[in-house]
Design a protein around this ligand. Sequence first.
Ligand code: ZN
Length: 133
Amino acid sequence: MTKMSNLKPTNDFSNISFKYVCPECGCNQWYFLKQLQLDGFKDICDVCNNIFEPDAIDTIEIVYKDKPSKAEVVEAVQQEGLNTITLEACKNTLKTFGYDDKFIEDMITKSFEQIQENDASALIKYALENFGG
Ligand SMILES: [Zn+2]
């Protein structure tokens, strides 16, 4: 079985119907798009015999539900990632152990991949236990 995501309907909207309210008697009338697309389409109210002359419809457009834009997705990923403040805190602490910036950044990044928390002390502990040496 193939998963079909983002499946869209055909552009055959002819059987979509629209509700109209008779201005004379207030009853409901339903017309298909294919009727409403006819020039000069008219109908007579079943209840009061008022003549309906709906505005002809050219086309209708489907508006799909908003998906987050690419920029928003990127931002969300960055927010969930290792933040700069945490990384700086780790650098300041680990420098005292004699590691250089590049090495610290590398091991903190790897630690973050495991811990998934912007918690400097947890990251430092993990980094020292697993990558320090
Ligand atoms: Zn009517």
